[in-house]
Design a protein around this ligand. Structure first.
Ligand code: NAD
Length: 462
């Protein structure tokens, strides 16, 4: 057990203002592995003041130099990949292979992409008789969740730094250790003091203080819709900019012409990865009634193969919540064909990979975000029915379409109310804008669209 001290503020680890601590628990075995300080309003205020003081110089730093610092940051993240992966596995519970490939790997790609974007972006353009400047928004308050703990920090920090903004990050309570590693990486990359600051702490205390701080110009939040709504209201009330990455209930639409086995297997893997704790997971599989029984059988077999290899969920509250949904699914008439509410291990926050058949669109498990390894397989009659089901939730974050030919899948995907669609198993692209339609959020992350979120325009007329 390691007791960590200090907040990363103004380029150094300085003692926290209060004495409260947060215990970090390994979800695989419930051992307390570390403590971190629980930040107070004073810590947040000190961090925001440091970010404000550092803003003029960083905003005036030539983009090529900001790009050089981001390249250095990418290199440090690359050099520390092993340590990052082991830390995420310890505090989140994800299997080491996933931690290496995704939790440690994706941030390297994203930091690298913003190094390139910063170097080549048109921060100034001519529009008719005007010159339009794209200037940094200012001080950013970033509040992040635990499910992709480093990715979500980097997806906010890298574009903010590329844009010339300074920031304060408040990471999730469950995963502060990788956030602390990241602050060390920022330091090692030579990013000037005050440009990046980290305050660990509780959401309703440190998170709320950050969102409410009058000197924060943009609040960028990823997490639950309930908290997002609250942060949106605070930001709007104070007339500050806000970006919200919230929940999802994405559809995996398997059209009759698709390669069924492939679509089902990739679909199950997508849902079970990270123990189902992915906002963009395709948790509703939509299959034509003629191929429904075959699909259910394939999905159950695929899920059974995972066993406890997917890792636990993050904490006891999530485990209880996911189990509650599994019980509700049965109570509302859905049929368990794999897994169920019983845990595969006694100690730790384990949930069995679970597949429900005979799920209808209005059931709770087909409408609400479960955030666990639970897949619902739904039956549709024709394409219009499939579209109605796919679009029939309050969310619109992601989705997938499978068909015998790409054009058929694309034609369907065009009609979906969602921010991202993978066509026949398309790969993750760190340059493609990521974000939600409807209640899945406001704004976009990643790539040039993600950079634009941290910029505001100023026009000179000639
Ligand atoms: P959460 O929204 O409570 O927490 C996310 C972040 O917000 C954390 O850093 C937390 O400390 C902070 N926070 C909490 N209350 C706050 C407040 N009043 N003011 C300011 N900041 C606050 O999410 P959670 O409890 O970790 O997870 C609950 C559910 O959220 C999950 O089951 C899932 O449905 C959803 N979720 C979605 C995503 C996503 O990427 N879309 C990520 C994580 C969780």
């Amino acid at each position: 057990m390691k007791a960590h001290d200090g907040m990363y503020i103004d380029g150094t680890w300085r003692p926290a203002a209060g004495t409260g601590v947060i215990e970090v628990v390994n979800p695989a075995d419930e051992e307390v592995i570390a403590t971190v300080p629980a930040g107070t309003v004073e810590d947040v205020d000190a961090a925001v003041r440091a970010a404000r003081a550092a803003l003029p110089a960083w905003a005036a730093t030539p983009p090529a130099e900001r790009a050089a610092r981001l390249t250095a940051l990418r290199d440090v993240l690359l050099a520390r990949q092993d340590e990052i992966a082991r830390t995420v596995t310890a505090e989140l519970g994800s299997p080491l292979k996933l931690s290496q490939a995704v939790h440690a790997g994706v941030p390297v790609a994203v930091a690298g992409s913003y190094a390139e974007l910063a170097a080549g972006y048109a921060f100034e353009e001519r529009v008719g008789n005007s010159t339009v400047l794209h200037e940094p928004v200012g001080v950013v308050g970033a509040i992040t969740p635990w499910n992709y703990p480093l990715h979500q920090i980097v997806a906010k920090t890298a574009p903010a730094l590329a844009a010339g903004c300074t920031l304060v990050v408040k990471p999730a309570e469950d995963t502060p250790l990788v956030a602390r590693l990241f602050a060390d990486a920022v330091h090692e990359a030579g990013i000037p003091a005050g440009v990046f600051n980290l305050v660990t702490g509780l959401g309703p205390v440190a998170g709320q203080a950050l969102a409410e701080h009058p000197d924060v110009d943009l609040v960028s939040f990823t997490g639950s819709t309930a908290v997002g709504r609250r942060i949106g209201a605070i930001a709007t009330g104070m007339v500050k900019r806000v970006a919200l990455e919230l929940g999802g209930k994405s559809a995996n639409v398997i059209l009759p012409s698709a390669d069924l086995a492939r679509a089902v297997n990739v679909g199950v893997a997508n849902v079970m990865s990270n123990s189902g704790q992915t906002c963009s997971a395709w948790t509703r599989m939509l299959v034509h009634r003629d191929r429904y029984d075959e699909a259910v059988e394939l999905a159950a077999a695929a899920a059974d193969k995972y066993g406890d290899r997917i890792g636990p969920v993050v904490n006891a509250r999530q485990r209880d919540r996911v189990r509650g949904y599994i019980e509700k699914g049965t109570a509302e008439g859905a049929r368990i064909v794999a897994g169920g509410p019983d845990a595969p291990r006694e100690k730790g926050y384990w949930v069995s990979p679970t597949v429900f058949a005979d799920v209808t669109p209005e059931m709770t498990i087909a409408q609400e975000e479960i955030f666990g390894p639970v897949l619902s397989v739904l039956r549709y009659d024709d394409e219009d029915d499939a579209l109605r089901i796919a679009n029939g939730t309050v969310y619109g974050l992601a989705g997938a379409v499978w068909a015998g030919d790409e054009a058929e899948a694309v034609a369907f995907a065009r009609r979906m109310d969602t921010g991202q669609v993978d066509i026949n198993g398309g790969r993750f692209n760190p340059l493609a804008p990521f974000g939600g339609y409807k209640q899945s959020g406001v704004g976009r992350e990643l790539g040039a669209h993600g950079l634009a979120e941290y910029l505001q325009t100023k026009s000179f007329q000639f």
